[in-house]
Design a protein around this ligand. Structure first.
Ligand SMILES: *Cc1c(COP(=O)(O)O)cnc(C)c1O
Length: 370
């Protein structure tokens, strides 16, 4: 008998009737994009959910991050990490800024706050840290450094929707935070993204930048692009939002089940548990210690694949080793990020993954590394 293939992720979909009901008004008003009623409603619900002063919606997370950086009129060097998705580094470089790669902490995989200050020069204008896998960066230390050197902080919070620290939603840290509502994320609007911020002065500019920089019919005052979220995306977000807490609960059970099998196994490092943090259980990363396990990450990945279990080498390679960056920025050494990216993989995790599947995945993994 062929074993059922288990994908690494599976997009959440709302009840079809509910979605149809939500998009139905479009067939009367013909308003499909450019901030219609559904967009407006989704935006309001996000403000309420994230308890943040301002939200600006985008067609995807990447364009949101690009425009967040553009809106701040930055110039020079941006301190960031290479242990992330392509988007983070691309957004910096596509704004004409120079990424300066800081190494990551060996346990949280987020920016190592003890290494930031030594990278600051008079050209440094901002820090772009990443809440990798939904693990919170050291937001307090980062804020302190940013204040001391007058730097902007823009968080890549693509993985961290609904995460809270001391009961504060993660959307409230830094000058701005970017969220991705891509189909593969914990919460989706098909594709989609948002910038959250607390200062009103950024609002107008972000709204204009995503609509070609247009102020009114005869005035274009910014070099914008087109990055608006459309009504069908907003409708998907609106319909998925009420299911979010339940889905996170299901994910929590799955993670608990994985932990039951995989905690205390010599040579494998699981995601850290952070105090005062309410998680969103977005990913289940495993880092292999090759001194304790004599099998490589790639062999494990392949072994799982042969059993129909699709893991993901997330994030490998590091962005400073990409073909497009290694010549220019590869000289900056980030040995811990490198080691992690060469020994990490994420296991399947999505709300409807059955606990039996988790048992099968865990047993298969344990057999491979035995
Ligand atoms: C998904 C993701 C993005 C980009 O979001 P999109 O909505 O796919 O454009 C940026 N950064 C990280 C870390 C991500 O995982």
């Amino acid at each position: 008998m062929r074993k059922e293939i288990i994908p690494v992720t599976k997009s959440s979909l709302p009840d079809l009737e509910r979605y149809l009901e939500t998009i139905k008004p479009i067939w009367e008003n013909h308003w499909m994009t450019n901030k219609g009623e559904i967009h407006q409603k989704f935006s309001e619900q996000l403000i309420e959910k994230m308890k943040v002063p301002y939200v600006s919606l985008f067609v995807n997370g990447h364009m949101a991050l690009e425009m967040a950086l553009q809106s701040l009129e930055l110039e020079g060097e941006v301190i960031t990490t290479p242990f992330t998705f392509a988007s983070t580094t691309h957004a910096i470089v596509r704004n004409g800024l120079t990424p300066v790669f800081c190494d990551v902490d060996p346990y949280t995989y987020t920016i190592d706050v003890n290494k930031i200050e030594s990278l600051i020069t008079e050209k440094t204008c901002a820090i772009v840290p990443v809440h990798v896998y939904g693990t919170l960066c050291d937001v307090e230390a980062i804020e302190e450094i940013a204040k001391k050197y007058d730097l902007k902080v823009i968080y890549d919070a693509a993985h961290a929707f609904n995460v809270t620290y001391k009961n504060i939603n993660v959307a409230n840290f830094g000058d701005m935070s970017m969220f991705s509502f891509h189909a593969t994320k914990v919460f989706n609007s098909i594709e989609g993204g948002a910038i959250t911020f607390s200062e009103k002065k950024y609002q107008k500019k972000l709204e204009r930048l995503k609509n070609f920089g247009i102020k009114d019919e005869e005035t274009v005052d910014f070099i914008g692009a087109n990055a608006k979220m459309n009504e069908f995306q907003a409708a998907m977000g609106l319909c998925n939002l009420p299911n979010l807490e339940e889905e996170i609960q299901k994910r929590a059970k799955i993670v608990e089940q994985y932990n039951m099998h995989l905690s205390d196994i010599p040579g494998i490092q699981l995601k850290v548990k952070q105090v005062n943090v309410k998680e969103n259980y977005s990913y289940y990363p495993i880092v292999i210690n090759s001194k304790k396990i004599r099998i490589t990450r790639n062999e494990i990945f392949q072994g799982l694949k042969e059993e129909g279990i699709l893991a993901r080498k997330y994030f490998y390679p590091m962005t400073n080793e990409y073909e497009c960056y290694k010549e220019k920025f590869g000289g900056q050494k980030t040995p811990i990020a490198k080691k992690i990216s060469e020994s990490v993989f994420t296991l399947p995790l999505y709300a409807n993954l059955s606990l039996e599947s988790v048992d099968r995945i865990s047993q298969t993994l344990l057999n491979i590394i035995k």
